[in-house]
Unconditional design. Structure first.
Length: 431
């Protein structure tokens, strides 16, 4: 005797509907409302999607109450400690830990695609030197489909995989080129003898006039930052990639859409905004003034790097990032970093403040990352490009999963219409 399928009863007006319910492997159950409009003639209403599951997924799981983040079931703490970004890319894309041979084959494949078509250099030269690197990345990544036509047919699994490898391999090169262009230095080609993070650092900081040796401490910190940002369930930019992909847009256009969405200060742009806020606060004695502003309903100011739609406990990535910040600054001999002091004091004050406690506002991934990136020599304008670089594997994995979902269809939400009902047009001379 199989259990009768679980249903949710919904009664309104003269209607009584039974809607199917499904249980996940982890997290809240869901009520399937796909037939609600057909059967009940009503929509659900959930601006901001605070209570809406947009898809099935098996990639990343977040427990906001416990402050837990799993990539394919592996905890972010263990991956940050014991894995590396290329292995994390493999785990996200293929769902399992690779064998040594699988990892080497995958890593070699990524390495072989790190260069971009040389003519793309002309695209960079079309931007002003002071263009924000995110503006350049939106443009250049969107234009990849103009150079790599042979991996834009989304109905061909081989082309989808090829596009995924190309995106993961080329995004560090594009981000580094955007940085080099903004500082007026020549582009540095990838060096395929280096690992992924070391290659990125060298493409950013090497100059033709002298030998550049990658500092292993910085390479490890860079790799860990990539891992911590790799994927994060159905966040705004991932949902943007999925929605763009649901229309059949090519993978490069979808990733460009994700980059554009990530740029917002409420999302990936928060790491730049957070460091600029910490610098504006400047010293520990000015913290109360800013905490008061963050609590003032009439002041639009928010503590950047604080709060999260899902985490109502510590963001596990912020914890790892905070440990890394201490480690990197100490190893780099940057004692008494005033910004780090302000950050730690701000965190302490905020976490003891009833407003933040009541609203369950904790530091998120963007709170400490900027301090490390700043110490590594990156300008604040490169913080979000580095987030976008890291998240590309998450976006492309979610894009693949969406296309492989047999129930996949174009995403097309409805609305609660509050505009004018039909009314007659009045000729200009009669108004
Ligand atoms: C990322 O979704 C993801 O997974 C994103 C991300 C990923 O990896 O993809 O984790 C990356 O985007 C991290 C978040 C980075 N953004 C910031 O640090 C910007 C500052 N934080 C906020 O703007 C805000 O917390 C959000 C955008 C992150 C979350 O916003 P929500 O879930 O819509 O919450 P809300 O705006 O409804 O806030 C709830 C309450 C409000 O007060 P009330 O209206 O209930 O009185 O908390 C207050 C807010 O005013 N609040 C803050 C605050 N964040 C929320 N008050 C002061 N400072 C803050 N930072």
């Amino acid at each position: 005797m199989t259990d009768a399928p679980r249903t949710a009863k919904l009664t309104f007006d003269d209607k009584e509907l039974e809607l199917p319910m499904y249980s996940p492997t982890a997290g809240p159950d869901v009520i399937d409302i796909t037939k609600l409009y057909a059967q009940g003639g009503v929509f659900t209403y959930d601006p901001g999607f605070t209570s809406t599951a947009s898809c099935d997924s098996a990639i990343t799981y977040i427990d906001g109450g416990k402050g837990e983040l799993l990539y394919r079931g592996y905890s972010i703490d263990e991956l940050a400690e014991s894995s590396n970004y290329i292995e994390v890319c493999y785990i996200l894309l293929f769902g399992e830990l690779p064998t040594k041979a699988q990892l080497k084959k995958f890593s070699d494949r990524i390495t072989k695609h790190t260069m971009v078509h040389d003519q793309m250099q002309q695209m960079f030269r079309g931007f002003r030197r002071d263009a924000h690197p995110m503006a350049i990345m939106c443009g250049v990544v969107g234009a990849l489909s103009a150079f790599y036509h042979d991996s834009t047919d989304i109905s061909d699994p081989e082309q989808r995989e090829h596009a995924s490898v190309r995106m993961i391999a080329k995004i560090p090169t594009i981000a580094a080129m955007a940085y080099k262009y903004s500082v007026g230095q020549p582009f540095v080609y990838p060096d395929n003898k280096l690992d992924y993070a070391s290659n990125f650092l060298r493409m950013c900081f090497a100059v033709p006039a002298e030998e550049y040796v990658v500092d292993p401490i910085l390479a490890k910190a860079m790799d860990r930052i990539f891992t911590l940002h790799a994927d994060h369930e159905q966040n705004a930019s991932t949902s943007t990639v999925r929605l763009a992909g649901s229309s059949g847009a090519n993978p490069f256009a979808c990733i460009a859409a994700g980059i554009a969405c990530l740029w917002g200060p409420a999302h990936g742009g928060a790491n730049q905004a957070c460091l600029e806020m910490l610098r504006e606060i400047g010293t520990v004695d000015r913290i109360p003034e800013f905490v008061a502003r963050a609590k003032d309903k009439n002041d639009p100011f928010r503590l950047m790097g604080f709060g999260h739609r899902v985490y109502k406990n510590f963001d596990p990535r912020a914890k790892v990032m905070k440990e890394s910040a201490d480690e990197v600054l100490e190893l780099m001999g940057i004692e008494n970093n005033e910004t780090l002091k302000v950050a730690k004091e701000l965190e302490k004050i905020a976490l003891e403040d009833p407003y933040f406690k009541e609203k369950k506002l904790y530091p998120n991934v963007d709170f400490y990352s900027g301090i490390i990136l700043d110490a590594m020599g990156f300008p604040t304008s490169m913080f979000t490009p580095i987030f976008a670089l890291s998240r590309t594997v998450g976006w492309i994995t979610q894009w693949q999963e969406m296309l492989n979902d047999p129930s996949q269809k174009i995403g097309r939400p409805r609305q609660l219409y509050k505009g004018a009902t039909q009314r007659p047009y009045v000729e200009l001379d009669k108004r």
